[in-house]
Design a protein. Structure first.
Ligand code: ARG
Length: 472
């Protein structure tokens, strides 16, 4: 919609055409500046028109307006939709917000009949409904984009069921794991994110339209009709709550914040893995940036930005939580502050999700280097301790201590665990046999971790099938 300009010219005369009756003078320009929201809430135009059309049809169905009025209103609204979509509509900040801009244009187009549209409704229930529709679409889009990211991760996991890399704790090599397993851990995280969005959507999906300003209306409206026309499950049950509720926005922002925190962890790992020290992956030219001074540089800016944009998304949640705190019922203009954080958060989340999917598909994986690194730092020591427990019936704590001594010995000889001669191992525990040496290889270590949800290639294959069934 960047073709659409918000004009600052006065085109509506001295008084506000919507409530001018009660006022003698125009608002001060500062008043106008603080009050106007059209520079951001124009983005609700589709929802606003959809909502008005449903309302007009309902008004006609219950004989509050006649069929001729209904047709004029619906045609006018369609014209406005087209004008906005084509960038021909002139948004006017003096008309404050999207609702009044649309209504004013409708008056230009069809005359006084336009005034009948606002029967039995208020901007309070109108904005709550428009905004719910917008957030619902944003949730659906996030769900779809998360699904695409999961699909990319599952495909890469399938390619790398047997690729071994170091699993880290405290950023130190801990135990070897498979890359498929690592990718699938993100699939789980994003699956939980999706379920949080789905859950928020369920609670959101009640229609506030018809609650009017706060107390309902004396007109014989049919709220069921507008609710189902707009794809809601049912009308909201309390008109006061309907116009003062922004839980749906907050819950969605909370889900978006957690999702973006997950994305920031993925971003961090991409930064780390593509670093000169790790070199586990390489991003192609399409997902790398150069430096203006150092010609050799390839920087993972998109991954860093995914990590950094978490601040903006979580910030949006805090911004709205703070605006809503302590508001008395029902509507207060503070609530106009709800839209920018939500727009900003969902625009950002969508970009991050698309960039993450792009990078996951794009990255080249350095299988050899990963594998080599997986065996370093005595990462299979737990294997040896487990072997002592299983084969020599040594209690785990004792086995832990003996293995610790063996690690110390390997370190003093600058050898990997599996390179230690049997005689050396037997210096620590005489009953150790050469079978123990076999379990010390990283590939045996991952094969053996075959418990449900574990890292073995066999488990990962099971997890891939399961993830496809659950998520795609
Ligand atoms: N632009 C307003 C908002 O976003 C619409 C509701 C105005 N209601 C009112 N009572 N002034 O919240």
């Amino acid at each position: 919609m960047n073709k659409t300009k918000v004009s600052r010219k006065n085109s509506i005369g001295t008084n506000n055409p919507i409530w001018g009756g009660r006022f003698n003078n125009r608002p001060n320009s500062i008043m106008e500046e603080i009050n106007s929201s059209i520079h951001f809430d124009w983005r609700l135009f589709r929802e606003d028109i959809e909502c008005s059309k449903a309302h007009a049809k309902m008004l006609a169905a219950v004989d509050i307006i006649n069929d001729k009025d209904e047709k004029q209103i619906l045609d006018g609204l369609d014209t406005i939709l087209k004008e906005i979509e084509e960038g021909l509509f002139k948004f006017n900040p003096e008309l404050e917000d999207i609702h009044m801009n649309v209504e004013n244009r409708l008056t230009d187009l069809i005359g006084e009949t336009a005034g009948k549209l606002h029967t039995a409704r208020s901007r309070n229930d109108q904005v709550a409904t428009d905004f719910k529709l917008w957030v619902r679409n944003a949730i659906d889009q996030s769900d779809q984009q998360l699904k695409e990211l999961q699909s990319a991760l599952i495909d890469r996991a399938e390619e790398h069921t047997n690729t071994i890399l170091p699993g880290l704790t405290h950023m130190q090599n801990a135990q070897p794991i498979t890359l498929g397993h690592h990718f699938l851990s993100y699939v789980e995280m994003f699956g939980r994110d999706r379920s949080r969005f789905v859950d928020a959507r369920k609670r959101l999906n009640e229609c506030p339209l018809g609650s009017a300003a706060l107390a309902g209306t004396s007109f014989p409206i049919n709220r069921q009709m507008t609710s189902s026309a707009l794809g809601f499950d049912q009308p909201t049950r309390n008109s006061l709550d309907s116009v003062s509720d922004r839980d749906f926005a907050l819950e969605s922002l909370a889900a978006a914040s957690l999702c973006s925190s997950h994305l920031s962890r993925l971003g961090e790992e991409i930064v780390l893995w593509s670093s000169s020290q790790f070199k586990f992956i390489r991003l192609s030219d399409s997902f790398s940036t150069g430096s203006s001074i150092m010609p050799q540089k390839r920087n993972p800016d998109a991954a860093e930005l995914i990590r950094g944009k978490n601040g903006r998304i979580s910030g949006s949640l805090f911004s709205l939580l703070t605006s809503m705190k302590g508001l008395s019922l029902a509507y207060s203009k503070d609530m106009q502050e709800d839209k920018e954080p939500v727009f900003n958060a969902f625009d950002t989340l969508s970009l991050c999700l698309r960039a993450a999917t792009g990078m996951i598909c794009d990255m080249t994986i350095n299988v050899e280097l990963m594998q080599k690194s997986a065996g370093t730092e005595y990462s299979t020591a737990t294997e040896l301790a487990d072997w002592l427990v299983k084969n020599l019936d040594i209690p785990f704590r004792k086995a832990h201590e003996l293995t610790g001594k063996i690690v110390k010995l390997s370190e003093s000889k600058s050898l990997q665990l599996w390179e230690l001669p049997l005689s050396e191992l037997q210096r620590i525990e005489p009953k150790i046999t050469k079978d123990a040496q076999k379990v010390l290889l990283p590939c045996s270590a991952v094969q053996s971790r075959n418990s449900f949800g574990g890292t073995s290639p066999d488990q990962v294959k099971i997890q891939i099938n399961d993830a496809r069934e659950r998520f795609l």
